[in-house]
Design a protein around this ligand. Structure first.
Ligand code: PEP
Ligand code: MG
Length: 577
């Protein structure tokens, strides 16, 4: 039976392929079939992950026994050790891999489900509760596996694989960068959630907030995912399939055409030079940024270096990632945002710190978290400073709400510089430090902020969330998440105006920056720097090239004064007309 599901298209384009359901196991785990020839390697990958967790537990045990720690922690680790080494956990998944020719994560998740069910049958309540230990141990192994994903068989161009999940965290999605899925859809998620943002960076169509796709779609069913049309068609008939194949070709053709603009200067018809920079999550993304003509990196979301791993990234590891990005951009600016963990980006290492917050988006997130963990912050600041020696690196502080956070961060940077000087490590002492404007309080304090910062960048994703009190990742309120709410536009206008007055560079790096239908609006408000996902750069550049800023001034004036959203839409259409 053919039917359609509607959601929020968070990444444009059309994909046609077969559904692959992502499991509901202890966490969302990908499931894919591997060729027979890959079975031994997959079994080995599982074995390696188990051995790594064995070593991890041994390390923890050694640390505990050498310290002044209560004995029950040792006993607790012993239980985990026993569970890990029991063949039901360490051997059974190998048989599942061989029998079902599936990936190791899936085999382990299946076996964990079996074990959990067995534990639930146990009458003795103490033993029954050991089920939580089984899950914890299994998850440790899963994390190891996910940190080193297996090789997915390359899908044929005709038959792509489309992931269907209930929900995916940004950490889950980033792993798919190494895999080649045609598209993905989730039941949950908001348009500006980090999951959606990472989905965009995979360059595949994605639709979130489909509500019950995971229940309604079966493994292997044919799907059309139309990210631009916000729709998923399940089991399309021939005519619909033919129509979408045509649209898919048109979309690809239009994308190809845009590529011609890659090395063209972004300049408006009235001669204003515009900076179009890229948002990246990992240093590897530099390639895509350059392919799309980015004139710099306006936002490197450094927190992604902390996800999908059991230990923390060392100073050297972070430095290497930043150095790679800085060198790759060949002198163009690379703006490294200090890690913005918390809320929907939870690093496993910090369990208990941010996750237990009653309202994580208002809790210990971003700069608040950095300042609460000065050792981690200092490590990262040293890594960024070291990278300044290898390119044009700038530091960006996320989620500032008050001047004291700027002062404390600047003091930390000074301290990091001091330690590097003492060790004769080279760095650029004049490194520019900027702040993200993502909270209404920051906009309303912009004058004072600009006296302390070298540049600012408006994070519209959070600015909308915090202005309208709408959780950006909650699909239940996604209809209220309105980038064009007059209050949001007013705040953006205030920030841009304040920065112009103080002669401090200002950019927009939220998702709004990548929407060509908003380009003229931003230009009219005085914005000259945009940072967005690389795949949006050429579409926005095209719009810049077609814009005469001065001729839109009267309309922009009216937009600034408008307080009714309906009228605003009409004016925006006129501006874009
Ligand atoms: C934003 O909030 O607009 C932003 C760019 O940062 P992030 O999406 O990573 O929170
Ligand atoms: Mg933000």
């Amino acid at each position: 039976m053919s039917f359609a599901l509607h959601g929020i298209g968070v990444s444009g384009g059309i994909a046609i392929g077969r559904a692959q359901l992502v499991s509901h196991a202890t966490r969302e785990v990908a499931h894919y079939t591997i060729p027979q020839s890959q079975v031994p390697a997959e079994i080995e990958r599982f074995g390696t992950a188990v051995r790594e967790v064995q070593r991890e537990l041994e390390g923890l045990h050694a640390a505990l026994t050498s310290g002044d720690v209560p004995g029950e922690f040792g006993a607790f680790l012993d239980v985990h050790w026993m569970i890990l080494n029991d063949p039901t956990l360490s051997e059974a998944p190998k048989r599942i891999i061989a029998d079902q020719r599936c990936n190791a994560e899936w085999a382990l998740a299946l076996q964990m489900n079996v074990l959990v069910e067995q534990f639930e049958q146990i009458e003795d309540s103490y033993l029954r509760e050991r089920k939580a230990d089984v899950v914890q141990v299994g998850e440790r192994v899963l994390k190891r596996l996910m940190g080193r994903p297996g090789t997915l068989p390359a899908p044929s161009a005709e038959e792509q694989t489309i992931l269907v999940a209930h929900d995916l965290s940004p950490a889950d999605v980033i792993q798919f960068k190494h895999h080649h899925f045609g598209a993905f859809l989730t039941d949950l998620g908001g348009a500006s959630s980090h999951t959606a943002i990472v989905a965009r960076s995979l360059n595949v169509p994605a639709v979130v907030a489909t509500h019950n796709a995971r229940h309604l779609i079966r493994d292997g069913e044919m799907l059309i995912v139309d990210g631009s049309g916000h729709v998923v068609i399940v089991n399309p008939d021939r005519a619909v399939l033919a129509e979408y194949r045509l649209r898919q070709n048109e979309f690809d053709l239009a994308r190809q055409k845009l590529k011609r603009l890659r090395s063209k200067r972004a300049e408006t018809l009235d001669g204003m030079r515009i900076e179009l920079q890229a948002n990246i999550e990992l240093p590897e993304d530099i390639e895509q940024a350059l392919q799309n003509g980015a004139t710099g990196v306006g936002l490197f979301r450094s927190e992604f270096l902390f996800l999908n791993r059991s230990g923390l990234p060392s100073e050297d590891e972070q430095f290497e990632a930043f150095r790679k990005a800085a060198a790759g951009m060949q002198g163009k600016p690379v703006t490294i945002r200090t890690f913005d963990l918390g809320a929907d980006k939870q690093a496993e290492q910090f369990d208990g710190l941010a996750r237990v917050a009653p309202n994580p988006a208002l809790g210990l997130r971003a700069v608040r978290f950095c300042l609460a963990e000065p050792r981690l912050f200092l490590t990262q600041l040293r890594a960024i400073l070291r990278a300044t020696h290898y390119g044009n690196v700038r530091i960006l502080i996320p989620m500032l709400a008050s001047l004291s956070e700027i002062d404390q961060t600047l003091a930390m940077i000074a301290r990091a510089k001091e330690t590097l000087r003492e060790q004769n490590v080279p760095f650029n002492a004049d490194v520019k430090v900027g702040g993200m404007i993502e909270i209404p309080a920051a906009v309303l304090s912009i004058g004072a902020f600009l006296r302390k910062l070298d540049f600012v960048s408006i994070g519209t994703n959070d600015l909308i969330q915090y202005t309208l009190a709408v959780d950006r990742s909650d699909e239940a309120v996604s209809h209220l998440y309105d980038p064009l709410h007059p209050a949001v536009l007013r705040l953006i206008g205030l920030a841009i105006g304040g920065a112009a007055k103080a002669d401090v560079p200002i950019a927009v790096c939220g998702e709004m920056a990548g929407e060509p239908q908003l380009t003229r609006l931003f230009l009219g408000l005085g914005l000259r720097e945009f940072s967005m996902h690389p795949s949006h750069l050429l579409g926005v550049k095209q719009r810049v090239l077609q814009t005469d800023v001065s001729s839109g001034a009267a309309l922009i004036d009216r937009i600034r004064r408008i307080d009714e959203p309906d009228k605003l839409n009409a004016l925006l259409e006129k501006l874009n007309g």
